[in-house]
Design a protein around this ligand. Structure first.
Ligand SMILES: Cc1cc2nc3c(=O)[nH]c(=O)nc-3n(C[C@H](O)[C@H](O)[C@H](O)COP(=O)(O)OP(=O)(O)OC[C@H]3O[C@@H](n4cnc5c(N)ncnc54)[C@H](O)[C@@H]3O)c2cc1C
Length: 251
C-alpha cells in the first residue's frame, strides 16, 4: 500500500484534531447586553491547539431535544481562552443553542470541537482594515481588533440589535469603530449600506461576518473592487426566510 505524503497526513491529522469532541462544563452564564449572553466553559479535556490568527471558533454540540441520540453542532467564536476556560458570547434568539445558553446553569455539560481558524487572510493585514459584522460576528471583530498591531489604521462597522448592545472594544487608536443599532430595519441592511459606501483603499483588507444574504452581497461588492486575497466574507447565520430585502443590497 502507498504511504500518505507527509503534507496530506499533517492536514488529515489537523482535521481529525479539530473534529475531536471534548466535554465542557458551564462555569458562568449571564447576560452581557440585552441580546447577548456570555458563557464561560471549563474545558474538561484541554486541547492546546490554537489557530495562529484571531476569530477562531468552536462547534458547540448539543443533543437533539426530540431524539437524544442525535446531536447538532453550531459555530461560536472564542471570545477569550485562558487557563483552560473558553468564553463565548451567544446571541439571544429562539434557536437550539441560543435556548440552551438561556437556560444554562453552573455545572451543565456539553461538547465542543475545535478551535478552528477564523480570519483566513494574511496576518497581520498589510494595509488598512475594513471590518464589518452583525451581532454574531461581533465576538470575532472584538478578537481581531484586540490582536491588530497598534499602528493599524481602518474602520469597523458593527450592526447590533439595539443601542444597549453596544460594547466597549479594545482597538488600535487608528481604527474607528461605528456601531449601527438595527432597530426595526431588517438584519444586514444598515451594515450593507455602511460597508458598501465606505471609502476603500486599494491595499485594504476586508473581513465581514453577517447574515448569509448580506455576506454574499458584500462579497460580490468587494470582490469586484479588490484582489480576492484581500477579501473574506462569511455568512454566520441565515434568517428563517433566508433573505434580507432587496433594497439592502449594495449597488
Ligand atoms: C464561524 C462562525 C462563528 C460564529 N460565531 C458566533 C458567535 O460568536 N456568537 C453567536 O451568537 N453566533 C455565532 N455564529 C452564528 C451561529 O452559529 C448561528 O446563529 C447558529 O444558527 C445559532 O444556532 P442555534 O442552534 O441557536 O439556532 P438554529 O437552530 O441554527 O436556528 C434556529 C432559528 O433561529 C434563526 N437564527 C439563527 N441564528 C440567529 C441569529 N443570530 N439571530 C436571529 N435568528 C437566528 C434561524 O434562522 C432559525 O430560524 C457563528 C457562525 C459561524 C459560521
Amino acid at each position: 500500500m502507498r504511504e500518505t505524503p507527509p503534507a496530506i497526513a499533517d492536514h488529515l491529522d489537523r482535521v481529525r484534531r479539530a473534529n475531536r469532541r471534548r466535554p465542557v462544563a458551564v462555569v458562568e452564564a449571564f447576560d452581557l447586553t440585552p441580546n447577548m449572553r456570555r458563557l464561560v466553559l471549563d474545558e474538561l479535556e484541554p486541547d492546546t491547539d490554537a489557530p495562529p490568527r484571531p476569530a477562531g471558533w468552536i462547534k458547540l454540540h448539543l443533543a437533539d431535544p426530540g431524539d437524544g441520540r442525535r446531536s447538532h453542532g453550531r459555530a461560536y467564536t472564542v471570545r477569550e481562552r485562558v487557563g483552560g476556560r473558553i468564553v463565548i458570547d451567544m446571541v439571544r434568539h429562539g434557536g437550539l443553542c441560543a435556548g440552551w445558553a438561556q437556560r444554562a446553569r453552573t455545572g451543565d455539560r456539553a461538547e465542543i470541537s475545535g478551535v478552528r481558524d477564523g480570519f483566513r487572510l494574511d496576518w497581520p493585514p498589510a494595509g488598512e482594515v475594513l471590518l464589518g459584522a452583525d451581532e454574531t460576528g461581533l465576538p470575532a471583530i472584538a478578537g481581531i481588533l484586540a490582536a491588530l498591531p497598534p499602528a493599524t489604521r481602518g474602520t469597523a462597522w458593527l450592526e447590533v440589535p439595539e443601542e444597549a448592545d453596544v460594547q466597549p472594544l479594545d482597538a488600535p487608536p487608528g481604527v474607528t469603530i461605528h456601531f449601527l443599532p438595527r432597530g426595526a430595519a431588517p438584519p444586514g441592511r444598515r451594515l450593507t449600506r455602511a460597508l458598501a459606501t465606505a471609502p476603500l483603499s486599494p491595499d485594504a483588507t476586508v473581513w465581514v461576518a453577517a447574515e448569509r444574504t448580506a455576506a454574499l452581497d458584500l462579497r460580490a461588492h468587494f470582490e469586484a473592487r479588490l484582489p480576492l486575497t484581500q477579501v473574506r466574507t462569511a455568512g454566520y447565520w441565515r434568517t428563517a426566510s433566508g433573505s434580507v430585502s432587496d433594497d439592502a443590497r449594495p449597488s
